[in-house]
Ligand binder design. Structure first.
Ligand SMILES: Nc1nc2c(ncn2[C@@H]2O[C@H](COP(=O)(O)OP(=O)(O)OP(=O)(O)O)[C@@H](O)[C@H]2O)c(=O)[nH]1
Length: 456
């Protein structure tokens, strides 16, 4: 049985630090900026042959019911066997600020423990401790997050095996989110599924699109840019296939967030290197921006398949749609193989067509090509447009064969092929893409030079 443990607390209490220490991974991003974690993060840790699923949550605000992030914490609490309430000891009154949370946990009969994140000024003899017992909190763990490294005592003293049977009983009817189901899949299993990443600027609607595809409130959706701060994985199945969808963070450029952005950018760019198909979400109200083009070039640099989804169609007129489409086509005229979809994630408009394109693009990646077909296309390409003369000798492209898949590599053998000019290589690429009916992806061409019989 997996013990599901959520880590909750107020802004900047140390939740993500605790999460990282308990999971032994640098998964959650830690920042001094309050309210940084805005989605639930799930990670599996095996300790003494037992499986623990830890959930890092955004700040909890039970008082302000309108807060967007409450829901994320509440979902985590509902699906957990144990709740670790992290309180940063700052002043005598810091417990009073948590009364409503403690009352909520008690009302809902939750197994919860207080983890007191201490600073150097804390004095155990202070009547702070009495207050804790007065509130009926008998399960408390004192830790100096900055100095202490012995986080094992949380496993030993709180999550120890003797508790497991009672947790099992107390949590019989808990809902379990797809994230937990996904987590029990190991990495090898996850690698079995085609990976589809949703990429784009902050606020372009990536999380809304992910939620629309998954038809559940998995990612946090907010109208303040930069809400998705890390990478979220979710399995999506239709009648034919299961895909692993990955919601990435939008890249924000804000002076104060430089230290955060580095890891966020790194995470998003690392994801791109591992995916099969990427959906670049463009906000139709903003149009195609430098950042979109940066993503586009990065995706194509790694020869990943790409589909463009122009979102928020419901907010623009037909005339605007035409103008935006023309602008995008102009900007990406070099990459004719990219499919452009106009969608509205909020109205679920255009989603089926987008899903169809994802399926077709992924299928396309798996196609295999024969040497005879590639050579036929090569001959047609050179017949239509001869290679240029180089130092009085014309390059001769003899035959082509596949040199690898995902990305497709076409190997061309011939004479004087190594020094072919860039524009002719790109002509050949485009010709192959068109003739092979390749959608959403580019290809690589490698040249192998045969010995030129006239060279002596
Ligand atoms: N009108 C309209 N609003 C949308 C649509 N899709 C998303 N939005 C809104 O745009 C805002 C941003 O949406 P998110 O899905 O959080 O955007 P995101 O790209 O994930 O944002 P980050 O997490 O900041 O990277 C929210 O207020 C959404 O409700 C759409 O199709 N139409």
């Amino acid at each position: 049985m997996n013990l599901i443990v959520s880590i909750i607390g107020k802004q900047n209490s140390g939740k993500s630090t605790l999460f990282n220490k308990l999971t032994k991974k640098r998964r959650a991003l830690v920042s001094k900026d309050p309210g940084f974690t805005s989605d639930r993060q799930y990670l599996l840790r095996i300790w003494k042959k037992r499986k623990f699923i830890f959930i890092d949550t955004p700040s909890i605000y039970l008082i302000n019911k309108k807060s967007k992030f409450n829901n994320q914490s509440i979902i985590a609490i509902e699906e957990s066997h144990v709740i670790l309430l992290v309180i940063r000891y700052e002043s005598y009154g810091s417990l009073d600020n948590h009364l409503s949370i403690i009352a909520f946990l008690k009302r809902n009969k939750k197994n919860f423990f207080v983890i007191l994140n201490l600073d150097d000024n804390f004095n155990k003899n202070y009547n702070f401790t009495d207050k804790i017992y007065f509130l009926g909190i008998d399960k408390i763990c004192y830790l100096n997050f900055l100095k202490e490294n012995n986080f094992k005592k949380i496993f030993k003293n709180i999550l120890y095996p003797e508790h497991l049977s009672s947790f099992k009983e107390s949590n019989k009817n808990n809902k379990v989110s797809s994230a937990i189901k996904n987590l029990t899949l190991n990495k090898i299993e996850m690698d079995k599924y085609p990976k589809i990443a949703i990429i784009g600027r902050p606020n372009s609607g990536k999380s809304t699109l992910m939620n629309c595809i998954l038809r559940q409130n998995r990612s946090t959706v907010s109208n303040s840019p930069g809400t998705t701060k890390d990478v979220l994985y979710s399995l999506y199945s239709n009648k034919e296939k299961t895909y692993l969808f990955i919601d990435t963070a939008g890249l924000v450029k804000k002076k104060n967030f430089v230290h955060i952005n580095k890891s966020v950018i790194k995470n998003t760019l690392n994801v791109i290197k591992k995916i099969d198909v990427s959906i670049l979400v463009i906000d139709s109200c903003v149009g195609i921006t430098k950042q979109d083009l940066f993503f586009l070039n990065y995706i194509l640099k790694y020869n990943k398949s790409l589909i463009i989804a122009v979102n928020k169609l419901d907010l623009i007129s037909k005339k605007n749609k035409k103008e935006i489409k023309e602008k995008i086509i102009k900007k990406i005229s070099f990459f004719k193989f990219i499919k452009i979809h106009f969608i509205s994630a909020i109205c679920s408009f255009g989603i089926n067509n987008l899903l169809y394109s994802i399926k077709a693009t992924y299928k396309n990646k798996l196609l295999k090509f024969e040497t005879s077909k590639l050579t036929r296309i090569l001959r047609k390409a050179t017949f239509n447009n001869q290679p240029p003369m180089l130092n009085g000798i014309r390059s001769k492209l003899k035959y082509a064969h596949p040199g690898g898949y995902n990305p497709l590599v076409i190997v061309i053998h011939g004479i004087k092929v190594i020094s072919l000019p860039k524009n002719y290589i790109s002509y050949l690429k485009k010709f192959f893409i068109k003739e092979l009916n390749i959608i959403g992806t580019s290809l690589k061409i490698k040249f192998i030079s045969s010995i030129n019989p006239y060279s002596k």
